[in-house]
Design a protein around this ligand. Structure first.
Ligand SMILES: Nc1ncnc2c1ncn2[C@@H]1O[C@H](COP(=O)(O)OP(=O)(O)OP(=O)(O)O)[C@@H](O)[C@H]1O
Ligand SMILES: [Mg+2]
Length: 503
């Protein structure tokens, strides 16, 4: 039946140098369909969509939109055909306000041909209201959080009457409330016959908002399923190419003596946070986005040092005023925003991977190449980091593979206390399982781990104990030995009394 599909991408092939990253991939999407695109890190999801969005051009293949052949060579071409792209990483932040940004290229003019700012701000306000966003349209884009920028991009796509909207891991940095708003908006777009391509590593979301799901593996099309006719297990085995039992281990690390004692830690964002961390345990930190978990970690790591309170390590009171102090005391942090704080994008993967541990294997000013290679190989294999070679620039890796490099770098350093902030965000399912296993192994070796995570199953299945934060305070520590632990119970502490901060 002609016209059944809104989007048809056929036989798309793309190589970077000799590295073939898409090999004859075809997908067809109907109007009003929400299609998930899933696959391991580096499978080619973003690249396929960048070809549709006019950011890369394919080496081979064709694209039809609304039954007509189209050539998309630039981002403007894509926009002309009604394709709108909400990116995985929002880069160039323009120096303009919300209203200007929203109507860029489609500004309202008055009868004299001058820009009608009043109308632009009015219309912008309406568009934001529709998304449930309460933002002043005069605010500069540069001052917005990543989540706010992302929501704005979505508002813009909706406003431009896009026919096809690509969302590349849209919820990675959204709070629970923001995610709910996004899902409502997706339902609305579906009813308006917009097609949405939704890239995500989160199974729950795929089953919640998507009608169908396409799996890519190593640049190849594996299959498309209706979400109602498949299940998590089947999708995982399609993604990784083998049967997969469970990504969690049944073992729960058991803590020893107290290694770290935090007493009434207070800094610019958290108040009177107290807890003990035991040797070889994994203390999970749960809470809503903005509850102060990251800020607590920044306090311990000396980025936003404590203004009052005490930090005791192995029975000794210490002052941590900078990350250098923290590292000297055996505390290390894998930050949430790895792009900014964790990775040298312009340097090779090898340099990035061994940066933290390098001092430990430089002897007489010579780098121990053997040891360097050992570390690289260990983590490349364990986390299956997909790279052309270790000399490739970190900036050329897919989003998830960049994260794997940062995580490896810190795991290799084997600190006393390791703080992991959202360690598996954007990480594919196979590597998630490996990261959990690496955490359990480190714990067994005596490393004490603080794991901050917004994914409740991850918190529940990995933590020795669970600390819940709410509005800058630690409100409860749950111990599976004595307390019942469910998602609902954790959430009830996370939202108690407080109203979730939303934009
Ligand atoms: N500009 C580039 N130069 C060289 N290689 C690239 C470039 N962009 C992507 N690649 C390679 O193409 C492959 C596919 O990357 P892509 O970003 O499409 O993966 P992805 O499926 O989106 O993964 P993720 O889930 O990690 O975001 C990767 O091996 C990546 O290293
Ligand atoms: Mg990607």
């Amino acid at each position: 039946m002609p016209g059944e599909f809104l989007l048809e991408m056929s036989d798309i092939t793309k190589a970077f140098g000799t590295n073939v990253v898409l090999d004859g991939v075809s997908i067809q999407v109907k109007p009003g369909e929400v299609r998930a695109l899933m696959g391991e890190n580096g499978a080619g999801k973003s690249t396929l969509m960048k070809i549709l969005g006019g950011i890369y051009s394919g080496d081979q293949g064709s694209i039809r939109i609304g039954g007509e052949d189209v050539k998309i060579n630039t981002v403007d071409d894509a926009r002309k055909y009604g394709v709108s792209f909400i990116h995985q990483e929002i880069s160039n932040v323009p120096n303009m306000n919300i209203a200007e940004n929203l109507f860029l290229g489609r500004e309202f003019k008055n009868s004299l041909g001058l820009l009608d700012y009043k109308k632009m701000h009015q219309e912008a306000k309406k568009a934001l209201d529709a998304l449930g966003l309460d933002m002043d349209t005069h605010r500069l884009i540069a001052g917005l959080s990543i989540a706010q920028q992302q929501m704005l991009e979505i508002a813009r796509a909706i406003n431009e009457d896009a026919k096809i909207i690509i969302m590349d891991e849209p919820t990675a940095s959204l709070s629970h409330g923001e995610t709910e708003h996004l899902f409502k908006q997706i339902d609305l777009l579906r009813s308006k016959n917009v097609a949405i391509i939704y890239i995500s590593h989160r199974m729950e979301e795929t089953f919640k908002v998507c009608d169908s799901v396409t799996i890519l593996r190593d640049g190849e099309f594996i299959g498309t399923k209706n979400t109602k006719e498949t299940n998590e297990k089947e999708l995982i085995s399609m993604m990784v190419g083998r049967e997969f039992e469970s990504i969690y281990s049944t073992h729960r690390a058991e803590g020893g003596e107290t290694v770290l004692e935090v007493k009434n830690l207070t800094n610019s964002n958290v108040k009177n946070v107290s807890f003990e961390l035991k040797r070889g345990e994994i203390l999970g930190f749960s809470g809503l986005v903005g509850a102060g978990r990251t800020e607590m970690a920044l306090g311990l790591f000396g980025i936003d040092p404590a203004t009052s309170g005490e930090i005791v390590i192995n029975g000794k009171s210490v002052k941590i005023r900078s990350p250098k102090d923290a590292v000297a005391n055996g505390i290390m942090l894998v930050p949430e925003d790895r792009k900014v704080q964790g990775l040298f994008l312009g340097h090779s993967i090898a340099t990035n991977l061994t940066f933290q541990v390098l001092p430990s294997f430089i002897h007489n000013f010579k780098v121990n190449k053997k040891k360097e290679r050992e570390i690289i190989e260990t983590y490349q294999n364990k986390l299956s980091i997909k790279m052309a070679s270790v000399n490739q620039l970190a900036g050329e890796l897919s989003g998830g593979n960049q994260q794997k490099v940062v995580i490896s770098k810190w795991l290799a350093a084997k600190p006393d206390v390791l703080i992991l902030d959202e360690p598996t965000r954007g990480i594919d399912v196979g590597a998630k399982a490996e990261i959990y296993k690496l955490m359990q192994d480190l714990a067994a070796e005596g490393v004490s781990i603080i794991m901050i995570s917004s994914e409740l199953p991850e918190i529940i299945n990995n933590s020795s104990r669970i600390a819940v934060m709410n509005e800058g305070r630690l409100v409860k520590i749950l111990d599976p030995k004595t307390d019942e632990i469910t998602q609902e119970i954790i959430m009830s502490y996370a939202v108690e009394e407080g109203v979730e901060e939303y934009v």
